[in-house]
Ligand binder design. Structure first.
Ligand SMILES: Nc1nc2c(ncn2[C@@H]2O[C@H](COP(=O)(O)OP(=O)(O)OP(=O)(O)O)[C@@H](O)[C@H]2O)c(=O)[nH]1
Ligand SMILES: [Mg+2]
Length: 333
C-alpha cells in the first residue's frame, strides 16, 4: 500500500516512561489523533488516541489524562495542552477532535487557540475539529417540569407541599446569586465594584454595608439602574437611572436608611454574559461581626437563606485566616 506508519513500541503499557520509537519502511506518516469527549451532566471525559478509547486504569496512570477524570473540563483544559504532549507523540502537529456541548466547545477552543498562538514560533500546532452539541437546556427543563407535574398526582404528599413547590420554583429561577461573605471591612463591596468595573456600592474603612445589595448582570441594558425595597420587600423607590455623580451618593443614602432592607442594582457587567439563560447576580452583605448593630448579622443570615440557587464567595484576608470573627462568619446560619 505504500503507507508507512510511525509506530510507538508500547512494550505492554500504553504510555511507557521510556520512549522507544521506530518506524516502518517507506512511510507516509500518520499523525497522532487525540479525541476528547466530555459530558457536563455526568462530568465524564473520554479520551481516545488514534480511535482507541483509553481505559480508566490507563488514564489514572498517566499524568496527562489523570487531570481529566472526575473534574469539569473548565478546571483542566487551560493546562492540558503542553509541549510535553507533542514530545510524547514525537510530532509537531496533533490532530485533535473535541466533542461536547456548545458551551464547553467555547472553552476548549480558547485553550487550543491560546496554545497555538504561544507555540507558533516553535512550530507546534494543534489542528482542531469541534463537534458541538446544543445544550438543550430548555428541553431538559421542560422534561423535569413535566415529571414534577406528574408527581403531583402520585402517592407522595411531599410533592404537593408548599415547601416543595417553593424549592422547585427556586431551582428554576434564572438568577444565579453569588453571595459575598466576609467579616467587616474585609473588602466585599470593593471586590464586587472591581468585578463590575464601576463603583456601584459604597465601601469605607469602617462598618459600611448595612443592607443587602444585589448587583444583577443584564446584558441588554446600556446604563446602570437601581431601586430599593423595604423590610417586606415592597418597593420604596422604583428602578431609576442615576447619573454618574448621583449613583454612589444615592446608593449610600439608601444603605444608611433603616427603612431599606435591600438595594438592587442592574446593568451590563462588561465581562459577564448571560449563559444558558442564567442571570448572574452578586449579593453584597454586611459584615456579620458588627458589635454595634446586630441587624447586620441578621440581614446576612437572611440573605443566605433566601437566596436563589447560589454560591458563596467567601473573602478572607491573609491576616484574618485564623481569626475568630472569620470562623464565626463561615459558621453563619
Ligand atoms: N489596600 C487594600 N485595601 C482594601 C482591599 N480590600 C478592601 N480594601 C479597603 O478596605 C476598606 C473596606 O472595604 P469594603 O469593601 O468596604 O469592605 P466590606 O467587606 O464591604 O465591609 P462591610 O461592608 O463594612 O462589611 C475600604 O477602605 C477598601 O478600600 C484590598 O485588597 N487592598
Ligand atoms: Mg461592604
Amino acid at each position: 500500500m505504500g503507507v508507512v506508519r510511525l509506530f510507538r513500541h508500547y512494550s505492554g503499557r500504553v504510555f511507557p516512561k521510556k520512549k522507544t520509537w521506530y518506524s516502518l519502511t517507506n512511510i507516509n506518516v500518520t499523525k497522532m489523533k487525540l479525541k476528547i469527549s466530555y459530558n457536563p451532566y455526568t462530568v465524564k471525559t473520554l479520551v481516545e488516541i488514534n480511535d482507541i478509547i483509553l481505559s480508566a486504569g490507563e488514564i489514572n496512570k498517566d499524568d496527562f489524562f489523570k487531570i481529566t477524570q472526575g473534574r469539569r473540563i473548565q478546571q483542566w483544559i487551560d493546562v492540558f495542552f503542553k509541549e510535553e504532549l507533542f514530545e510524547r507523540y514525537n510530532d509537531n502537529e496533533i490532530y485533535f477532535e473535541y466533542e461536547g456541548t456548545e458551551l464547553s466547545v467555547d472553552d476548549v477552543r480558547s485553550a487550543v487557540d491560546a496554545f497555538n498562538k504561544h507555540h507558533q514560533d516553535k512550530g507546534l500546532i494543534i489542528i482542531p475539529e469541534y463537534i458541538a452539541h446544543p445544550a438543550n437546556v430548555d428541553e431538559k427543563a421542560m422534561q423535569v417540569k413535566a415529571l414534577f407535574k406528574d408527581a403531583q398526582d402520585g402517592p407522595f404528599d411531599e410533592f404537593r407541599s408548599e415547601e416543595m413547590h417553593r424549592a422547585f420554583e427556586k431551582a428554576f429561577a434564572p438568577e444565579f446569586d453569588v453571595t459575598v461573605l466576609a467579616t467587616m471591612s474585609a473588602g466585599k463591596s470593593t471586590v464586587i465594584n472591581a468585578t463590575v468595573g464601576k463603583e456601584v456600592l459604597p465601601s469605607k474603612n469602617e462598618a459600611c454595608t448595612a443592607t443587602i445589595a444585589r448587583v444583577i448582570n443584564d446584558d441588554d441594558l446600556t446604563t446602570f439602574q437601581a431601586r430599593r425595597l423595604d423590610q417586606k420587600l415592597q418597593v420604596i423607590d422604583e428602578w431609576q437611572e442615576l447619573s454618574e455623580e448621583d449613583f454612589l451618593p444615592t446608593i449610600s443614602d439608601w444603605n444608611d436608611d433603616k427603612e431599606t432592607s435591600q438595594i438592587e442594582v442592574r446593568g451590563d457587567i462588561p465581562e459577564i454574559k448571560l449563559r444558558e439563560g442564567i442571570q448572574l447576580a452578586f449579593v453584597d452583605t454586611p459584615g456579620p461581626n458588627n458589635s454595634n448593630d446586630a441587624s447586620h448579622r441578621a440581614a446576612t443570615v437572611k440573605a443566605i437563606n433566601s437566596s436563589h440557587p447560589s454560591m458563596v464567595l467567601y473573602i478572607l484576608n491573609p491576616e484574618s485566616v485564623t481569626s475568630r470573627p472569620a470562623h464565626r462568619t463561615a459558621d453563619l446560619q
